[in-house]
Design a protein around this ligand. Structure first.
Ligand code: ATP
Ligand code: MG
Length: 566
C-alpha cells in the first residue's frame, strides 16, 4: 500500500535533468561566478499550493539538491489583507509531503520590513522615490499605454525633506488607506510600464499575521522580492513568465540600493492543466462559495486535494519532470498527470476486492455455512508484496454490470448458462435469475465446480472472463466517491463564467458498495487498487462511520473501449 501520510524521499536517484535554467546554473558553477547555488520558493500565503507550484518547487528545490546548494522557503507575506496562518501551515505541510526540505532556511519577507523601509528611505534621499498623494485610480489613469507615455504626478518633484517627512508619517499611521503611496522615480515614458514610477509602498491599516499592528505601510511585491533575494544571497531567483516584464525593475532596484548580493531572476513557463483553474484567487472562490468540499476536495488541483484523492508525491514529481522546464506557455493534458499517478500506483498499490454496484450471487451447491480462505496476491507487479487470505462463501457480491441477461456480442462476462472464473476462487455457472416485481434482477443463482479451486480447471477449460467478488457475510459496506474533472471545458479559465462550467457529475457518490473486509482497517490516506475498477484512497471522512473511498484514477477499461468502437 502506498502511505500518503508520511513523507517520501525526493528522487535521490532521479535521472539527470537538463533544461535552459539548469544549463545557466551549471555554467555559473563552472565559470566560478558562484560556488554555492541558492534558490528560493516564495509562496504568498493567500491560499493552498496547487500543481503549478509543484513545478516551481521541484525546480527550486531540485536545482539546490542537484548542485549541493540550498533552497529557502520564503513566505512573501507582504499583503496582510489576504494572508492567513492557516495557509502558511498548509504550504509547509505540502512541501514536506512532496519530499522537499528547506532545513533551517525558513524566511518571511516580513522579517525584512525594517531593512526594506531603510532602503526606501535611501531611495528618497537620493531622489529616486517620492510620496504621491494621487489615488490608485489616478495613478492607473496616468500610467499611459503601450503606445502613449505616462503623465507625471503633480507630486513627483517634491523635496527630499518633504518626502522623508511624509513617508515617516505614513509609517506612523497618520494617513488613511489609499491616501498616499511611495513611488520609485524612474521614467514615466519608459516603454516598460513597470518602470513608469512603480508603487513601492502602500498604506494598510490592518493586522499582519506575523508583525501584528507594527506596520501601517507595506512594501509591494516588486520592492520586497529582489531585495529579499539579495538579503538571503539567493543566486538564481526563478519565477514564471509573467514576471519577465518586472525584471528591469528587479534589476533597477538592485542597481540603486546598497544590497549585499546580486541575485539573477530567470523566468520559465507556468504550468497550466486542462479542465482546471490554477490561480489561487479562483480556487479560493470555489472554496468560499461552496462549489467544492474545501481546499482539499479531491477534484481540486491543490496538493492537499491530490493527496486526499490518493495521488502519491512521487506521481506529482514524475509528472512535473515529464513536463519539463521551458519558456513557452502551454496547457498540459490532465491525462498526463493521471498517467504519472497510475504508473506509480501500479507498482506500489496493493490489490483488493471491492464491488461498487453489488448484485447477490448464491452458489446453490456450495455448502451452507462453509468458509474457505482463498490466497490472493497483493500485487502481481511486486512479488514482495505477498499474498492475503480472502474468505469465500455461498453468498457473494459481484458487480451488477458483470452480468447481462441477454448478453450483447463481445460481452464475455456472466450470463444465463455461461461459466466464468471468480478470481482466485472457482469457476461458476449461472443457472438462474431472480427478479423483483419491476423486472429488475436482484439475485443470480449459480453452481460451482469444486475441482477448480484457485480458479483453474484441471481439464484446461478457460472461461473468457474473470470477475472479482466479495463474500456477503464478510463484506464491509462503504461509500465510494467517483471523481471526474471539475470543469467540462478543457480551458475553463478562458470562459466568462467558469463556475457555470462546473460539471455536476464531477463527483458521484455511491452508497451501499461492498468491500473486502481488510479494507475496514486500512488507514486513512492509503491507496489500493480495487481490482478491475481503479485506484481508490481512503478518505478522512471515514473517521465518522462507514469507510469512504475516493477514486484516485481509473484503470483502462477495455469494455468501454469495445463499446466506443461499436
Ligand atoms: P497564483 O496565481 O496561483 O496565486 P502566484 O504566482 O500568485 O500563483 P505565488 O504564491 O506568488 O502564487 O507563487 C509562488 C511561486 O510559484 C512563484 O515563484 C510563482 O512563479 C510559482 N508559480 C505559481 N503558479 C505557477 C504555475 N502555474 N506554474 C509554475 N510555477 C508557478
Ligand atoms: Mg503571486
Amino acid at each position: 500500500m502506498t502511505t500518503q501520510t508520511t513523507t517520501e524521499p525526493a528522487d535521490a536517484a532521479a535521472p539527470e535533468r537538463s533544461d535552459f535554467i539548469r544549463d545557466i546554473v551549471a555554467e555559473d558553477l563552472r565559470s566560478g561566478k558562484h560556488t554555492t547555488i541558492v534558490t528560493r520558493f516564495p509562496p504568498e500565503p493567500n491560499g493552498y499550493l496547487h500543481i503549478g507550484h509543484v513545478k516551481a518547487i521541484a525546480l527550486d528545490f531540485g536545482i539546490a539538491q542537484e548542485t549541493g546548494g540550498r533552497c529557502h522557503l520564503r513566505f512573501d507575506d507582504t499583503n496582510p489583507v489576504k494572508e492567513e496562518q492557516e495557509y502558511i501551515d498548509a504550504i509547509e505541510a505540502d512541501i514536506r509531503w512532496l519530499g522537499f526540505d528547506w532545513g533551517e532556511h525558513l524566511y518571511f519577507a516580513s522579517d525584512y520590513f525594517e531593512q526594506l523601509y531603510a532602503w526606501a528611505v535611501e531611495l528618497i534621499r537620493t531622489g529616486l522615490a517620492y510620496v504621491d498623494d494621487q489615488s490608485a485610480e489616478e495613478i492607473r489613469a496616468t500610467r499611459g499605454t503601450l503606445t502613449e507615455p505616462g503623465v507625471a504626478s503633480p507630486w513627483r518633484d517634491r523635496s527630499v525633506e518633504e518626502n522623508l517627512d511624509l513617508f515617516a508619517r505614513m509609517r506612523a499611521g497618520e494617513f488613511p488607506d489609499g491616501s498616499r503611496v511611495l513611488r520609485a522615480r524612474i521614467d514615466m515614458a519608459s516603454p516598460n510600464i513597470n518602470l513608469r514610477d512603480p508603487v513601492l509602498y502602500r498604506i494598510l491599516h490592518t493586522t499582519h499575521p506575523r508583525t501584528g499592528t507594527d506596520w501601517r505601510i507595506y512594501p509591494m511585491y516588486d520592492f520586497a522580492h529582489g531585495q529579499s533575494d539579495a538579503i538571503e544571497s539567493v543566486t538564481h531567483s526563478l519565477c514564471t513568465l509573467e514576471y519577465e516584464a518586472h525584471r528591469p525593475l528587479y534589476d533597477w532596484l538592485l542597481d540603486h540600493l546598497p544590497v549585499p548580493s546580486r541575485p539573477r531572476q530567470i523566468e520559465f513557463a507556468r504550468l497550466n492543466l486542462t479542465h482546471t483553474l490554477m490561480s489561487k484567487r479562483a480556487l479560493r472562490t470555489l472554496v468560499q462559495d461552496g462549489h467544492v468540499r474545501g481546499w482539499d476536495d479531491p477534484r481540486m488541483p491543490t496538493v492537499a486535494g491530490m493527496r486526499r484523492r490518493g495521488f502519491p508525491a512521487q506521481g506529482l514529481r514524475d509528472f512535473v519532470a515529464m513536463v519539463g522546464i521551458a519558456k513557452a506557455d502551454n496547457i498540459i493534458e490532465v491525462g498526463m498527470l493521471e498517467y504519472a499517478v497510475r504508473s506509480v500506483l501500479n507498482r506500489t498499490a496493493q490489490r483488493r476486492f471491492a464491488v461498487l454496484d453489488p448484485i447477490k450471487v448464491v452458489i446453490e451447491d456450495y455448502p451452507e455455512g462453509q468458509v474457505e480462505l482463498m490466497e490472493v496476491p497483493n500485487n502481481p507487479e511486486d512479488p514482495t508484496a505477498g499474498t492475503r487470505q480472502v474468505p469465500f462463501s455461498r453468498e457473494l457480491w459481484i458487480e451488477r454490470d458483470d452480468f447481462m441477461e441477454e448478453p450483447a456480442p463481445k460481452f464475455f462476462r456472466l450470463a444465463p448458462g455461461r461459466e466464468v472464473r471468480l478470481r482466485a476462487a472457482y469457476l461458476v455457472t449461472c443457472i438462474g435469475v431472480i427478479k423483483d416485481e419491476s423486472g429488475r434482477v436482484v439475485e443470480l443463482r449459480c453452481t460451482y465446480d469444486p475441482a477448480t479451486r484457485g480458479g483453474d480447471a484441471p481439464d484446461g477449460r478457460r472461461p473468457k472472463a474473470t470477475l472479482h467478488w466479495v463474500s456477503a457475510a464478510h463484506a464491509v459496506p462503504a461509500e465510494v466517491r467517483l471523481y471526474g474533472h471539475l470543469f467540462r471545458s478543457a480551458d475553463p479559465g478562458a470562459l466568462d463564467d467558469p463556475i457555470a462550467d462546473i460539471d455536476p457529475e464531477s463527483e458521484r457518490v455511491l452508497t451501499g458498495c461492498q468491500l473486502e473486509g481488510s479494507l475496514a482497517e486500512l488507514p486513512v490516506g492509503e491507496t489500493v487498487q480495487f481490482e478491475r475498477l481503479g485506484y481508490f484512497c481512503k478518505d478522512p471522512d471515514s473517521a465518522s462511520g462507514a469507510p469512504v473511498f475516493d477514486r484516485t484514477v481509473t484503470l483502462k477499461d477495455t469494455w468501454a473501449k469495445v463499446q466506443a468502437r461499436g
